[in-house]
Design a protein around this ligand. Structure first.
Ligand code: S3P
Length: 435
């Protein structure tokens, strides 16, 4: 299949965005190790999250769906059972890394694998701290998949100073920390997303956290909870930019997760001149949510500093697209981590920007994009997406401002995080076509 994205204007309408991916993984895992039945509303029904759900089923957890909600029969910290076969996490670094932490402290062995893209991604970043905690965990010779875990007598809490800004690494340590003797303390140089901390707190963990320091003390058990998952801000980002760059548009997004560790894109876009209103603020559990109204706006270039990067790491591809339609040269400092995502996103975006006739280059450590303003129309081309959902969705949005169309290769990757993307986009007026 291919996706064709054609010129679109007058985007309009009000939609609810499906559940947040990061929070969905955490909700399923925490519910599985809690005591009692948890109910989860607005779980993201993407391939990534369903792989985590299936792996929990393989570990003996009963999970079922009834009237749009998922029910998870938790079995407590020690209730998981050995899986007869390897656990498969598809494209999802989050599912695999979080579950590696959790399974490190179980008294049975496990083996974890993933698809071609995940099999190339670096795992040393989780193996090092987990081994320091006493886990008997290893990867392949290159520290990639499969991950094999052999039961160990004792996992101990550690003081860990994070070398890279990564919520997946931090969370793997925290999940292992639930089964550890003593306290687990993590210090970060930059702020990474704190959904695990908030979810642990909601389930009753003995945890304290600030922007760059997290301490988990011995926790006896988790109690089952009702969880309402906020709309995924990272999924919303594509429609936010779509509405900004398409003339005469005004869209409303309902119940979007606005966790402060996730919304640097929003602040950046407002600095760029975006007309975005946030209203109806509330809390889903420990997570802030609100509605957003976004209107077409002329944009000016942005400056992204290295401190901004962890907070908008998943939104960099779509921010590159917004910058292409802004006036002036945008700069992005220290974005090397982009090379280690579902694809080498830096390479994939540079290739696509070149085809869009958008000048991009490095100046020292800064990646720069020369914007061509709101009236620019991209030429027709085929975007190679390297089976990466966010690359596919970013060029699909760019196509709304094309002279005739942009074709998107392997758009099936979009199902890993946002299976509803094409249909919800069409509902708003995006001229998308499956061929
Ligand atoms: C995620 C953390 C981020 C992000 C990913 C989801 C999470 O990865 O890119 O999409 O849910 O913890 P890193 O922790 O590797 O930066």
């Amino acid at each position: 299949m291919k996706l064709i994205s054609k010129p679109s204007m007058n985007l309009n309408g009000k939609i609810r965005i499906p559940g947040d991916k990061s929070i969905s993984h955490r909700a399923l895992i925490c519910a599985s190790i809690s005591e009692g039945i948890s109910k989860i509303a607005n779980l993201q029904e993407s391939e990534d999250v369903m792989n985590t759900l299936n792996s929990l089923r393989q570990l003996g957890i009963n999970i079922y769906k009834e009237s749009d909600c998922y029910f998870v029969e938790g079995k407590g910290f020690k209730g998981l059972q050995k899986s007869d076969s390897q656990l498969y996490f598809g494209n999802s670094g989050t599912g695999l890394r979080l579950m590696s932490g959790l399974l490190s402290s179980q008294d049975f062995s496990s083996s974890l694998s993933g698809d071609e893209s995940l099999s190339k991604r670096p795992m040393k970043r989780i193996l090092d701290p987990l081994v320091e905690m006493g886990a008997n965990i290893s990867g392949s010779q290159m520290d990639t998949l499969p991950i094999n875990i052999i039961p160990t007598k004792k996992i101990k809490g550690i003081n860990y100073e994070m070398q890279i800004a990564s919520a997946q690494v931090k969370s793997a340590i925290l999940f292992a920390g639930l089964g550890a003797d003593g306290k687990t303390k993590i210090t970060e140089k930059s702020v990474s997303r704190d959904h695990t901390e908030r979810m642990f707190e909601y389930f009753g963990a003995n945890i304290s956290y600030s922007k760059t320091e997290t301490t988990l003390e011995k926790t006896k058990n988790f109690n089952a909870q009702n969880i309402q998952i906020p709309g995924d801000f990272s999924s919303s980002a594509f429609y936010i930019v779509a509405s900004l760059i398409s003339k005469n548009s005004e869209i409303t997004l309902k119940d979007v997760g606005l966790n402060p560790s996730r919304i640097a894109l929003l602040n950046k876009l407002v600095e760029m001149g975006a007309n975005i209103k946030v209203f109806n603020n509330s809390l889903f559990g420990k997570e802030p949510v609100a509605d957003m109204k976004v209107k077409s706006s002329p944009l000016i270039a942005c400056e992204v500093t290295s401190e901004d990067v962890p907070n908008l790491i998943d939104e960099l591809p779509i921010l590159f697209i917004a910058s292409s339609f802004a006036e002036g040269t945008s700069s992005f400092d220290n974005i090397q981590e982009l090379k280690h995502k579902e694809s080498d996103r830096l390479k994939a975006m540079q290739e696509g920007l070149n085809k869009m006739k958008i000048k991009n280059f490095f100046s020292g450590n800064k990646f720069c994009i020369e914007g061509r303003g709101q009236d620019f129309k991209t030429p027709h081309f085929l975007a190679e997406t390297y089976y990466d959902h966010r690359i596919a969705m970013s060029f699909a949005i760019a196509g709304l401002n094309s002279s005739s169309s942009i074709e998107i290769s392997s758009p099936e990757s979009i199902n890993t995080s946002f299976p509803e993307f094409i249909d919800l986009g069409k509902k708003l007026g995006c001229n998308f076509e499956r061929v």
